[in-house]
Design a protein around this ligand. Sequence first.
Ligand code: NAP
Length: 550
Amino acid sequence: MSNTDQAHIRSVATHRVDVVVVGAGFGGMYAIYKYRQMGLKVQGFEAGGNVGGVWYWNRYPGARVDLQSIDYSYSFSPEIEQEWTWPEEFSGQPDVLAYQNFVADRLDLRKDIRFNTRVTGAVWNTDRALWTVVTDQGDTFEATYCVMATGPLSIPKDPDIPGLNRFKGQLLRAAKWPHEPVNLAGKRVGVIGTGSTGIQIVQELGPKVGDLYVYQRTPSFTMPMRNRKLEPDYVAEVKRNYAGIREVARNSPIGGTRPQSTRAFFSVTRQQRRQLLEDGWRNGGLALLGTFADLLINPEANEEVAEFIRDKISEVVRDPVTAEKLKPRGYPVFARRPCLDTGYYETYNLPNVHLMDCLTDPILEVTERGVRTQAGEVELDTLILATGYDGLTGALLAFDVIGRDGRKLNEHWKNGARSYLGLMMEGFPNLFMTTGPNGPAALANIIRISEHDVDLVAGAITHMDKNGLETIEPSKDAEDNWMSLVATLAQRSLVSKAKTWYVGANVRDKPQGLTLFTGGFGKYRELCSAAVQDGYRGFVFGQKKRAGSA
Ligand code: NAP
């Protein structure tokens, strides 16, 4: 083959765009739309077969959002707000995914997304000031900007249990649930994991399967969701008031409209506290968390709420031994992701539901027939893994990201994820993250954060365009200072006091520490906005090279 032919093949195989967006969940979908509206040429990549991200993959029985759908929806399009109607206060996965597909159709997003395509590498070319992005389909793209909308929960994690591959029954993963219907009626089913996912699966399957064996290592605190159908009058009122609803959410700690009291826990009597907690429990959702201002910083207050929930477990679960085993102890309530349920504790009153306590009787192995603990083997038809994710960093460390001067992201993050504002990293010019580590990611409404981050990146690109700037990255000082702030806030917060995916505790050899901004979404927005207003404080820009210069 001649040199000319080879050059031709290379030029055909390499596509040039302005922005590459990795991931087509809520963040990626909005990013594609926003940057396209700015007149940029955008290419999206998505490992799944369609839009949706975590909602595309998580089709497990009972999957449901745990923020009100009115809040857990896009705010950028008043038209879409009016056109879409949520049927329930907390929507099930099919409705969330239907909404995402509706938005993708409405904005014609799919034409700019390559599905079933995984990005396998991203390398910064300093001379040409662009990212070269390669995929598992053999494509190469060059882009001025690379936006990682890979989400905090996209790399599922199998448990470290020997023998998983030996199991001859049906092995199902919650995070990669089959697209075709799964009939579990009458089956002996095991579920490993009792986080948000496991709890939803257990309460859904308990009344439907033959026998359900729930392998619980750390019990979670869960509160009643009290879901309801949304009445037409209520929906009409919401649609009239969306602008106000969004404003409240943008300024709130969790990016939603749930009321947050400013009352300190011990500023009222024990009897009043009890009454307020009862009210929160009765109102459902995350109302309990919003009842007092200091539940995540005052350990005594936190413990009293934990005891309140333990009492509730005893009120519901008839067998006192099972009730005791379900009671979380040894870590603060809300330090792990608070779960919302519909009859979870009641499920343990069913005669076919068996709580397997892995703290006193750990799983030794998965066998051909089922699960073996010290107490013996339980034979199963189906084993479901609800064992979580390599959160926050897993997706970006799953492939090589190489920045300026050959700097590798896995080196930059070897002692834990670092970033400035959760958005960018020193040494990785023009590479943005949405809902990245050290932002509020897992602690607030991911859609509000995604919109905020995508808009901030859009503003930075516009600023660069206007001012003849070619590259943007944070200074080392800015990144260091942001990391100090994140660490200081984390020390004050009880969120760092539990072994969770928030702190990397669920992944062997992962650097431990809370890489989340715990100051609340509203405060995060203020800090980002102040940096932008202050002439993009903390960011370093590179001038565009003049035509003809090297
Ligand atoms: P998770 O909270 O990390 O829970 C994983 C569970 O698997 C834990 O109970 C863990 O026990 C258990 N586990 C792992 N390895 C085990 C082993 N070898 N033996 C026994 N148990 C083992 O994961 P998740 O439930 O998938 O939730 C992850 C996040 O997804 C949530 O925090 C939330 O942010 C999000 N989510 C949200 C919703 C919603 O909106 N409703 C629903 C589902 C998920 P240990 O704790 O002892 O390690």
